[in-house]
Design a protein around this ligand. Structure first.
Ligand code: ZN
Length: 199
């Protein structure tokens, strides 16, 4: 539908691209970082600007440990319900929040809820953003699915180059904390590497 967006990474190598949306979250993100470290795994964190402002020390730790950062708006707004001008302003506000913490060039953007109008996407790409979607959803936030189903969503769908969505949020933590270590172990045993999405 939107071929200009990034849905997976084109690679023949055994590489997976884990992503974590909605942090930094003090109850969850440090735990995620510890798990990634155990497996020498890198990932990409799509952070909410307001959460970066509340937890800059966790944001710094994410970067120090070699993971990539992406913009996930300042206030986690819904693209379909937001006028394009206000949407862009919120993305740019998050960009400013990020720039207050790091001089690294951050050009990845993921729309909250996967909701983005074509016009919003076009304008962001014109500003130099790469819009990163996914090909594998863990459904970790969904209270209607079991821990095991969450794990199976990832294991049954991931392949070389997949972009997998998890959340470092309290809401998703029940499923995510079950599935993540098992995903890391399962694919590590198969010789996969976990990579951050490069800018
Ligand atoms: Zn989100």
């Amino acid at each position: 539908m939107f071929p200009d967006y990034v849905w997976e990474i084109n690679t023949a190598k055994k590489e997976l691209f884990l992503t974590f949306d909605d942090g930094p979250t003090p109850e969850v993100t440090p735990w995620v970082l510890d798990q990634l470290k155990r497996f020498n795994a890198k990932a990409t964190f799509f952070c909410i600007g307001a959460n970066i402002e509340k937890h800059p020390e966790i944001f710094k730790r994410i970067m120090e440990e070699g993971h990539s950062i992406g913009n996930h708006t300042q206030n986690h707004i819904k693209g379909w319900k937001t006028k394009t001008k206000a949407y862009l302003e919120n993305v740019l506000e998050a960009q400013k929040t990020i720039a207050d913490q790091t001089s690294n060039h951050i050009n990845h953007f993921r729309p909250p809820y996967g909701q983005i109008k074509p016009k919003q996407g076009k304008k962001l790409m014109a500003l130099g953003y790469k819009i990163v979607m996914w090909d594998v959803l863990s459904f970790d936030w969904d209270k209607g699915i079991s821990n095991e189903d969450c794990l199976n969503q990832v294991i049954s769908k991931s392949k070389a180059g997949s972009i997998v969505v998890f959340h470092d949020s309290v809401k998703a933590s029940n499923n995510m904390t079950y599935a993540l270590p098992k995903v890391l172990e399962y694919y590590s045993k198969q010789g996969f590497l976990f990579k951050a999405i490069e800018s």
